[in-house]
Ligand binder design. Sequence first.
Ligand code: GLY
Length: 339
Amino acid sequence: MRIVSTWSFGLRANEAAWQKVIEPSPGSTPALDAVEAACAYADAAADIDSVGYGGLPDATGRVSLDGCVMLSPARCGSVAGLRRHLHPVSVARRVMERTAHVMLVGPDADLFANQQGMGEAELLSPEARATYEKWLREGGVVDQSRDASLAPGLGFDPLRPIDRRHGSDGRLFGGGELPPDEAQWRHHDTIGCLAIDGTGVLAGGCSTSGTPFKVPGRVGDSPIIGHGLYVDPAVGAATATGTGELIMGICGAFLAVECMRRGASPLDAAREAVARIASTYPLESHHQAAFLVMARDGSFASASLRPGYRTSVRDASGARAVEPEFVAIPDPSVTGPTA
Ligand code: GLY
């Protein structure tokens, strides 16, 4: 039994989910319950500014949430662009379990959640609203170039906390300036969660508020099966976090699982996915991506494009946040294709 989640805030999310795998309800699918519970925890946490209630809004100041859940190619569900419901993975699970479809988007996804009896919620936290208003005061320019360095003076602070700001318990510490070596990256902190339960069932879930101040309607990798998440019970599972546009162009999670299908270890699969990004795109200094990969025996590994990412683990040995086994670009100042 094991739960692994992206980023060190995943420590808290894993803990919220652990009971689901060690004391499963009769008739439940514990791994599925666990990934739903972990993502729901992150959705509700006001101090996680890239998921759920704490998530930063789009360029119009409105939050939209995306997420998906997966047990196998035949059992997956997804929603994108929720504006009235806090838990995308829970709505996605209903899509998987109660419809013949895989993905619902926009207002009709919210309507579906209403029809399922799921309560509506305020999605914009006071802190996220304050950050949005600061962004507006500083220019409010949608970063369509994708490169903040092309828009100097517009107030592009490092928008994403980077992982070392979190203590070993996953809580944010500090609150002042980022250390200089960390301040140059804007990070992007989707929760991707993979779990294997006592019966060997693998499940994955992924939840995000997407890119801060995004063009309204933008959807990234997280809710797209095969991009932000892929699970094949015969092989293993993978989830991604980071700049969605980089992950989508290489079908990242699917790529990692397919590498394992051809014999790669979880580490080699994660390494292949980040190396593919590094060699494919004209990288910008704020780009980050990481892959978390689990084999069907529960062994796992992660790899990131740049330093600053960590994986949170919960298993019988306890809870811990671990560095990725591979970092494609240890020097964060490097841009452009690296191979
Ligand atoms: N990785 C999440 C997103 O780009 O929306």
